[in-house]
Design a protein around this ligand. Sequence first.
Ligand code: NAD
Ligand code: UDP
Ligand code: UDP
Length: 343
Amino acid sequence: SGSYSSHSNRPIHSKVGRVPVGIGRRRMRIVVTGGAGFVGSHLVDKLIGRGDEVIVIDNFFTGRKENVAHLFGNPRFELIRHDVVEPILLEVDQIYHLACPASPVHYKYNPVKTIKTNVMGTLNMLGLAKRIGARFLLTSTSEVYGDPLQHPQKETYWGNVNPIGERSCYDEGKRTAETLTMDYHRGAGVEVRIARIFNTYGPRMCLDDGRVVSNFVAQAIRQQPMTVYGDGKQTRSFQYVSDLVDGLVALMEGEHIGPFNLGNPGEFTMLELAEVVKETIDPSATIEYKPNTADDPQMRKPDISKAKELLNWEPKISLRDGLPLMVSDFRNRILNEDESKGA
Ligand code: NAD
Ligand code: UDP
Ligand code: UDP
């Protein structure tokens, strides 16, 4: 395969050549694929904040330059417009592989592209990790459990997934990405980590991404009814983004491959979520029922005992504490939208 696009001519970091960043640790160069997205941009902030060099690879399908614009002047930050479905040559110490649309509306928009991103994108990043000896972390998802028959879900559960449904491009794609990750580990000795992320919310989520938290928050701010799909009795467990980022870094830096569930076990029905949003944003907010989507998981809640024990990690921010932290960001962006429409 001789068709790499090379974006970095600098030599690979030798252990002796690295710049010290505080006691006992050398500065690392780290790739974050999908780093212009919601979770990725918060992760990048944390890595830059602790003194590392970060290269973001993103094709801006769902990510936005604004999410990382505050880093543009920083000499330790680099942004590459690139699709992970294509190979790439880089020299780095760690790879956080997040590139993949995460909201059902986005990943169903072009399902074949979603599969290519999950399979070819992950393959390319694993090939890269193998060539340069970098440690690789995959952000998988609670969707690998499908519509789970075990509750709460432990990492040992193999899942209940429809292989031919509308969500399959995402959940089967991620299952294949996990398989590839383990095969590169077993077959090529690549150092790997797997996170299974449960529903996460916070500032910088796309306003229009169709996920339930962003929908309800934006609807309440715009004084539109909150759209509850189905009977609203299905459950999810919502994690604030900074808790997730702490978990991802603990996983990357730790000794264990995983997979690890990273989520907040606080479980809510969609009707309960609507109630919390109403209390947080607008006591006069109303709800409106809409038909549910196909294959919607009825309930989802992580068992996080493995991450607690082996990563010494657990989420700190409850839904009631976390929701207000995204409201001002949403208000500002909705206001700007209205102004640019001339409203
Ligand atoms: P997001 O859509 O905000 O971010 C994904 C980023 O990947 C975007 O910046 C997008 O432009 C980029 N991207 C997509 N396809 C790409 C491609 N082919 N090449 C290069 N870049 C590409 O989503 P997010 O919520 O930040 O999710 C990040 C990761 O975490 C995803 O892998 C997702 O599956 C996983 N995850 C997220 C959640 C959640 O609740 N947010 C839950 C489970 C798993
Ligand atoms: N790859 C890449 N960057 C690299 C090394 C590999 O993008 O630095 C891609 C490569 O193009 C291939 C994939 O990763 O599509 C898997 O690479 P590997 O070497 O494991 O397999 P092979 O190239 O032998 O199929
Ligand atoms: N949902 C809802 N109203 C919305 C968007 C979603 O009631 O406006 C429901 C959806 O049917 C699902 C749950 O909220 O049961 C979580 O959906 P989301 O798309 O946020 O994430 P995922 O299904 O991937 O967990």
